[in-house]
Design a protein around this ligand. Structure first.
Ligand SMILES: [Zn+2]
Length: 195
């Protein structure tokens, strides 16, 4: 299960806020025994991450996982990143933050709707380039920041701060709620998938 990952993405932190906020959250996770203090654990295609700590089992739901399981590293990103679910990043719809109606990307037969994704893929490119990334809603015609659209399930999230847990069973709701509080109550999203 080492290639399964979950990323807690802070949707509000600026790039200037990301590193100090990351340091505070890492200090909390170390103090709680959720991770070890030193980046000793190799991560896939990245620098080393933090190893699971002695209390890792208290923050995950490992029912359904064969024993013994061994969690992988926690990797922390502190730069503008498009977090996606890897090979399964194929959202069915997105919700306009203004009119709260859904833009569908697939029809009922799961066929892609031509052009529906285009405004989003253009905005993702803009967002990665660090410029204003707006998506115009086909329903209400309002243009809203890409980061304010919701409903892309666990497929995509956009932010300057992300915590990726490699090979851990699903994080519990109470742990995720505490995580949100530690991120100053910022809006968060959880992206999960496999690569
Ligand atoms: Zn709309």
């Amino acid at each position: 299960m080492g290639d399964y990952f979950q990323t807690v993405v802070d949707r509000d932190a600026t790039e200037a806020e990301a590193a100090p906020l990351a340091a505070r959250v890492v200090a909390w996770l170390v103090a709680e025994g959720v991770i070890g203090p030193d980046r000793t654990e190799p991560a896939l295609g990245r620098g080393p991450g933090y190893p699971p700590g002695p209390r890792v089992r208290e923050v995950v739901d490992s029912s359904g996982w064969g024993e013994p399981w061994q969690g992988g590293p926690l990797h922390v990103d502190v730069t503008r990143t498009v977090f996606d679910a890897g090979q399964y990043a194929d959202p069915s719809s997105a919700r306009c933050p203004r009119c709260e109606r859904d833009i569908a990307f697939h029809d009922r037969a799961l066929q892609g709707i031509p052009g529906a994704w285009d405004p989003f893929s253009e905005a993702i490119e803009d967002w990665e380039a660090g410029v204003d990334a707006l998506v115009r809603c086909a329903h209400c015609d309002a243009s809203s920041p890409l980061v304010d659209w919701t409903g892309m399930g666990h497929c995509f999230a956009f932010g300057a701060l992300g915590f990726t847990f490699w090979g851990w069973p699903d994080l519990t709701r109470s742990f995720l709620a505490e995580f949100d509080r530690r991120l100053d109550g910022h809006r968060t999203a959880v992206v999960s998938g496999k690569i």
